[in-house]
Design a protein around this ligand. Sequence first.
Ligand SMILES: [Fe+2]
Length: 437
Amino acid sequence: MSKRDFAWYEDPDLKNLYIKSASNAMRGYHAPIVHPKITFTGTNSLTDLTILLGAYLTEDEKRVLIVVDKDLRKLGEKVAKKLKELRNIDSRIFDNVIPEVPLNTVREAVAICEEYDPKVIIAVGGGSTMDMAKVIMIYYEKPEVNVNTMMAPSYLGLRKKIFLLCAIPTTSGTGAEASFNAMVTNTDRDPPKKVAVPLYEICPDYVVLHSDFTKSMPPYLTMGTGMDALAHAMGAYVLQGSTVYTDIHNLKATEMILEWLPRAIKRGNDLEAREQMLMAAFIAGVGFINTNAAGIEHSLGHSFGGIFHVHHGISVGIFLAASIAYQSKVTDRFYDLAKIFRIEKEGKHRDQVLRKLLEALQDFMKKINAPISIKALEKTQISKDDMEAKKEELINYAFNDTCTLFSTRKLDPPQIWKIFETAYENKIDDLMELYYM
Ligand SMILES: [Fe+2]
């Protein structure tokens, strides 16, 4: 395999350099704040976006590619109808969005773009759909690009063919509507591998947060994507790449998710809870992406979820307690998270506060029926032997994940395995061992 077949963050030399310096030195040197230009919220938000597009596009530019998956095609059609009726904007629907975003399906959409010449892409869907729309834009504009070499800050000079990228999330969790990252499966590699494509230019320009698009989400998906949002906010808060800007987002998002997620799960048609969760997930999206990464619960969760086919949000949720416990040895930031869980620190030792926080997090997860450990997974039964059989793969995947580069506490392969072992039951005493070790 040549060097170009690897993602840049898999390079062992660069990885070593990053782990030693990135979180400290880079922070003062390069810390842009990236987010969408306008985020429309409320019941008029889809109309607001349509009016904006009507004003922006000339008559012969009124062509929009709507990217949606087959299950949600109706929501794509709803957007198409609004564009046509309100501002006579033509559109085409591409509905072959596949989870994990394989590059070969991206090329299928690019072929449609070459023929149709859209000026705007609107993604209507969850994380995979929004990520796919971002990568369609990259490959349509720059077919020669190698996704392995994408890193922020680098620039491709996009928006020559696609003027605007818009996102309408149908789940509340991924934060993809606010982020400049896309996760795609590089099918040019053997075996294919999921890689991160971080590029400021792929942050959506306009976003619509409208509860009409999330209210039909079933409870399990509401819980899973909500756990993803919680992992974004809490996991990123303990990262050294945090700034005051990311802090206000990650703390507020944590508070909102604790308050509103149980209601959104319990009563799907509770539009207030749906709106608050859309907002919380968006705020968490801005919060985590501007630390440059998600926390290490994402490295571990990407690995575990990818290998055992467990939902992303459920998977990262399982590793959230371990991520906080492990890194809290070298950072005090868990105190602020504990405060949101109403844990008093007065008169308590440092480790007692941490223990209370881990307990409170697990209590919250139990309350919303989120599995707190690998053993507690109901949909996929995974034994310790299954884990052992995949040991090398689990470790390598997590170690070579981009989020590992940004860990506040250095993470080595033996420590990664220790966390996997701990997460099997996630007993509080074992989690505390990660802190002490
Ligand atoms: Fe996530």
